[in-house]
Write a protein that binds this ligand. Structure first.
Ligand code: NAD
Length: 476
């Protein structure tokens, strides 16, 4: 795999490469160029040259490219999903969903392009006033490794339809699917230079995207601390930033909830993608009236989750994506064990022992009785470990749910309309689910409050985030 700059496959200027490994086996899948600042600068140059022609096209013509690409992505779904599973680790079923999700997003922005319009007013004394929406120019997109295809879609879909050109940096441990998707867009008619992919480290490639003054907007998805660094780096050029950062989503199960459905909600909400989802259920608050039964049924269900190589039949949960993430998660569980602060009621270790040589696996884990100031509650735990707390009622559940620096998603499980109304009113979160958790269709705006980020992606408003107003006052 090489970098895709100006429609050409290129090595990095340094000539260095890095390896992409399969987290389930440790096998090297492919080498990718170790890009640096100079590679970003040549991608920026290509994106700058491509901007005039691309932005001059009609929105309809631009969106057709996305539509044709979506058709091709769906046609090649099986191969793309296998590549995603190989580099990221998720079960193949989830990878197929993610690749289809990428196509859904492109189709959504294709459909939406017909509705992109500005405003017109007849202002007595000033003449006719137009407000035009203009593309921003070159946009930077920095992607994490957990859902690389979906997050790429959220960024490039609106950016490209609106007439911008893009320099995109995938994560080091999952750059292959993003590069392949960019190639498909090229095959579907995207002119050279409109979408460029530079692979390499965050410290060089990512920072240059954040700093480079010719890039007018950067959309970053990743950890809170990295996001703050991106904001600092982007500030001198006053570029726009969208920051989609970490989350520690609470799930509140009220006393009247359907226990069976809520248990399945936890299974999907916490253990999907091995718990490596920004909006995964990361804190569980269960009403004391049903807590014993709930934990018993949940524990039994967690123990049925089949862990293994995502390509194997029947596997429900793959490995973690990278060794650093695995050690962080295993370390948090170890600390619980050492301090004797809670009860590990399921999992809590690697399958078959403590050796991780044959893949970065960790069993789905459930922990009860940890104090509310434990890092399991206060930090974002990016892996298959869930702390469960019993609460005395809905007031306490809401207070604990909001007692976090994060505010990405939250869910409430109840059939009581008053509780639903209170939860929607009081939960400090960018997205609130009722009797479900996790799913995000292309139509809804997505992003967080508090330290979970700035700005929104997805939905029709994303087109506004990739355009700016120009007021034109005409007197005839
Ligand atoms: P990360 O912050 O380590 O890296 C994200 C990307 O930024 C990678 O491409 C990385 O190479 C790059 N990067 C690293 N340092 C950089 C720097 N100084 N300047 C510019 N770029 C830099 O995050 P990760 O470990 O890849 O992803 C997991 C995190 O992403 C979690 O916190 C998760 O919650 C978050 N996330 C958020 C959303 C959302 O939409 N809110 C979605 C998915 C993941």
């Amino acid at each position: 795999m090489k970098m895709l700059i100006n429609g050409e496959w290129r090595d990095s200027v340094s000539g260095k490469v890095f390896t992409v490994q399969n987290p389930a086996t440790g096998d090297v899948i492919e080498e990718a160029p170790l890009g640096g600042e100079e590679d970003v600068r040549s991608a920026v140059e290509a994106a700058g040259e491509a901007f005039a022609d691309w932005s001059a096209k009609s929105q309809r013509d631009r969106s057709k490219v996305l539509f044709f690409a979506a058709v091709e992505v769906r046609r090649r779904n099986t191969d793309l999903a296998a590549l995603l599973t190989a580099e990221q680790g998720k079960p193949i079923r989830e990878a197929v969903d993610e690749i289809n999700g990428f196509a859904n997003i492109l189709e959504y922005y294709h459909a939406l392009s017909a509705g992109g319009r500005g405003e017109y007013q007849d202002l007595k004394g000033y003449g006719r006033t137009l407000v035009r929406r203009r593309p921003l120019g070159i946009c930077g997109a920095i992607i994490p490794w957990n859902m690389p295809a979906i997050i790429m879609g959220w960024k490039i879909g609106p950016a490209l339809v609106a007439g911008n050109t893009v320099v995109l940096k995938p994560a080091r441990t999952a750059p292959l699917t993003c590069t392949r998707l960019a190639e498909i867009l090229g095959g579907a008619g995207l002119p050279p230079g409109v979408l460029n992919v530079v692979t390499g480290p965050g410290e060089t490639v990512g920072r240059e995207i954040a700093r480079n003054p010719s890039i007018r907007k950067v959309s970053f998805t990743g950890e809170v601390e990295t996001g703050k660094q991106v904001a600092r780096d982007a500030a001198p050029a006053l570029k726009r930033v969208t920051l989609e950062l970490g989350g520690s989503d609470p799930m509140i199960v009220a006393g009247d909830a359907d226990i069976g459905k809520a248990v399945e909600g936890v299974i999907r909400g916490r253990y999907y993608n091995c718990g490596q989802v920004c909006t995964a259920v990361k804190r569980l608050y269960v009403d004391e009236s049903i807590a014993d039964e709930f934990v018993r049924r949940l524990t039994a269900r967690v123990e049925t989750i089949a862990v293994g190589n995502g390509m194997d039949r029947g596997v429900e949960m793959g490995p973690l994506n990278n060794r650093a993430g695995l050690h962080r998660v295993a370390g948090l569980v170890e600390a619980v064990r050492e301090r004797g602060e809670g009860a590990i009621v399921a999992g809590g270790r690697a399958p078959g022992g403590e050796e991780y040589d044959r893949g970065l696996f960790f069993l789905p884990t459930l922990i009860t009785g940890v104090p509310h100031d434990s890092p399991l509650f206060t930090e974002e735990v990016f892996g298959p470990v869930l702390p469960v707390a019993t609460v005395s009622g809905f007031d306490e559940a809401l207070a604990l749910a909001n007692n976090s620096r994060y505010g990405l998603g939250a869910s409430v499980w109840t059939r009581n309309a008053d509780l639903i109304a209170r939860a929607t009113e009081e939960l400090e979160a960018g997205i609130v689910w009722v009797n479900q958790h996790l799913k995000i269709p292309p139509e809804v705006p997505f992003g967080g409050t508090k330290e979970s980020g700035i700005g929104r992606e997805n939905g029709s408003r994303a087109l506004e985030e990739y355009t700016e107003d120009q007021a034109v006052l005409v007197r005839l």
